[in-house]
Design a binder for this molecule. Sequence first.
Ligand code: CP
Length: 306
Amino acid sequence: MEFEGRDITSIEDFTREEIDHILKTAKIMEPIAAKGSDLLHGKILANIFFEPSTRTRLSFEAAMLKLGGNAIGFADAENTSVKKGENLADTIRTVENYADIIALRHPLEGAAKLAAEFAKIPIINAGSGAEEHPTQAFVDLYTIQKEKGKIDGLKIALIGDLRYGRTVHSLAYALSFYNIELTLVSPESLRIRREVLHAIQNKIPVSETQNLEKTLAQTDVLYVTRIQKERFPDQAEYAKVKGIYRIDLKTLANTKKDLTILHPLPRIDEIAPEVDATPQACYFQQVHNGVLVRMALLALVLGSVK
Ligand code: CP
C-alpha cells in the first residue's frame, strides 16, 4: 500500500484495504487536530478552486495548518490569469512551482485527471463537475463508521439529485467495497448515472425507487443531497424537481430511532432546520470530520505518515 506521491482523482483508483487505511489514519489525526503538529512543516498546499466552496477549501486549508504546513491558492479564477485566457494545463504547470500538492475544484468532468497528467506534484480532486468528489466520500465513510461503529451490515439510502450530485457518485463507488445494502431514492429524471450503477450493482445489492417513505423504516443511514440547480442544462427541468424531497420531524416519525442523517452540504430546503437539533442529524459532525480526513490524506500523500 503506497500513498506517497499519489494523485487522488477518483475513488475507483482505491482498494478497500487502502480506504480502511485512510479511515484509520483519520482517526489517528483526532488528537493531532486538537493540539496541532509540525508533521508537514515546510510543505505548501495550493488550493485552486474554479467553483465556489466553503467546506472543502477551508477544511483543506485548516488541515494543512494543523499539520504545520502552509496553504496558498485562489477561490475565484476570475481574479487570476485564467481571465486572460490561460488554460488549465499551464495553470497547473505554474502552480506546481509554488507548492508541494494541489487541491483542484473545477466545473468540468475529467479536469482533475487532466491536471494529474500535467502535474509533477500530487493532484487531489476537490470536485470535478458532476463527476466525482472523492475526498468527500472518505469523509462520509469516516462519519458513518464513527456514528454507527461499522459500515458493513448497514442499510444505506442516498436521496435527492443522484444524477448531477458528484458526492453520491464517489460515495456509491466507495460503499460498493463494503457489505451493505444500498437504496437510491430520486425522481426519474435524476436517477444515478448508469455507469455508476453498472459499476456497483455486481458488488452489492442496489435498488432504485422514487418513494422515500417505503425505504425509510428500514434505513440505518440516510444520505440527503441538494438538487444541483446550477448543473441543469434546462431550468424548466429543475423547476419540476425543486423541493421534491424534504426531511422534517414528521418524516423522522417513521424511521429507526438510531437513524443517522448525513448531507455533504450546502443544503437548501431538503432538510428542515428543525431536524438539526435531533440526535439523528450528523451533518455538522461530517463537517468536523472533513478536517481529520483531509489531514490524513495530506499526511499520507506527502509521505509524513505511512
Ligand atoms: N461538501 C462540499 O463539497 O461543500 P463545499 O461545496 O462547500 O466545498
